[in-house]
Ligand binder design. Structure first.
Ligand SMILES: [Zn+2]
Length: 99
């Protein structure tokens, strides 16, 4: 199940790191699966990040992750901007529903 969701999320993003567009990517959870088990398999909670950016991302707590992503959506890469904004809206919808 998890692997399929990660694959779907990667496909949506053309399999590129959302920061540097590297093609060597892992699925990274926006809201960590440990604290938000119901969001673990929600595709909007997963974004592709390269190893380096995944490590950097996971050093932030989830409040900071959200800020970090919102800052990113201000950078002018239109497709990413649009997709990240969609992810933030959708994942917060799921989060609201399930809490
Ligand atoms: Zn990267």
């Amino acid at each position: 199940m998890r692997a399929q969701v990660v694959k779907k999320s990667k496909t949506q993003w053309a399999n590129q790191c959302v920061i540097c567009l590297s093609k060597q990517v892992d699925g990274a959870h926006i809201y960590p699966a440990g604290s938000f088990p119901k969001l673990a398999d929600v595709k909007y909670n997963i974004i592709p990040l390269c190893r380096e950016h995944h490590q950097e991302f996971d050093q932030l707590n989830w409040h900071r992750k959200i800020n970090w992503l919102q800052e990113l959506t201000c950078k002018p890469a239109e497709m990413r901007q649009w997709l990240l904004a969609l992810h933030m809206i959708k994942v917060n919808e799921y989060k609201g529903d399930k809490e």
